[in-house]
Design a protein around this ligand. Structure first.
Ligand code: CA
Length: 231
């Protein structure tokens, strides 16, 4: 069955191009040009994914995303935000209210469809319930069950907080997290006051990962992500 995508975007040129290209990629596409009716369309259509522009008439993308996340039916519906250059602070807000990814305009169709496929794949994986205890990637093994990280076969001594943070990022490869989200979701109630600086933890983890430090990517102005495996 065709996967369906709802696109909410007020610029008709962009909307037309998106619809044309996504349909050519084999998706079923419904479109909308303002926030209120966009939200209604999403609830009617219950799509597999939403492409959501940030600046929209009547209801902006951040607010739409927040409302989708509040509703149990649409809580885990994948959302990709479309943002203009220089809207990094909005990106942070968007990821903070639970958007799965974002794409900066202008973007190529290839770039966008790659992101869409990645987000859909991640959703399928997490639906299978893969919060796996053990992650293996290149020469890196993270095993939270055994409290163990090895780098090319050598044991790396991470603190409990570092282990939690690295494991959380590594089980969501390709997904960008803001510092606040990492604090809340990766460290959460385990955080001591002195534990609250994510940048310090990331720096320390990178040092311990040696040649594999690049697996932890800094997304400037936004946060961090674990590099996605090339497919
Ligand atoms: Ca807009």
């Amino acid at each position: 069955m065709k996967k369906s995508i709802v696109v909410i975007e007020d610029e008709s040129d962009i909307l037309e191009v998106l619809k044309y290209n996504l349909e050519r990629e084999g998706y079923r596409v419904r479109t909308c040009r303002d926030g209120e009716s966009g939200l209604r369309l999403v609830r009617e259509e219950n799509p597999d994914l939403v492409l959501l522009d940030l600046m929209l008439p009547s209801l902006d993308g951040i607010e739409i995303c927040r409302r989708l996340r509040e509703d149990p039916v649409t809580r885990s519906l994948p959302v990709i935000m479309l943002t203009a250059k220089g809207e990094e602070s909005d990106v942070v807000l968007g990821l903070g209210v639970g958007a799965d990814d974002y794409v900066t305009k202008p973007f190529s169709t290839g770039e966008l469809t790659a992101r869409i496929r990645a987000v859909l794949r991640r959703t399928e994986l997490s639906e299978i319930g893969q919060e796996q205890e053990r992650v293996e990637r290149d020469g890196l093994v993270i095993d939270v069950g055994r409290h163990l990280v090895t780098v090319d076969g050598e044991r790396a001594s991470l603190t409990a907080t570092e282990l939690r943070l690295l494991h959380f990022l590594a089980t969501h490869p390709g997904r960008v997290f803001t510092r606040d989200l990492l604090l809340g979701r990766a460290i959460g109630e385990h955080a001591f006051v002195g534990d609250r600086n994510i940048d310090v933890h990331i720096r320390s983890i990178r040092k311990k990962l040696g040649d594999h430090r690049d697996l932890l990517e800094t997304i400037r102005g936004v946060g961090y992500r674990f590099r996605e495996e090339e497919s």
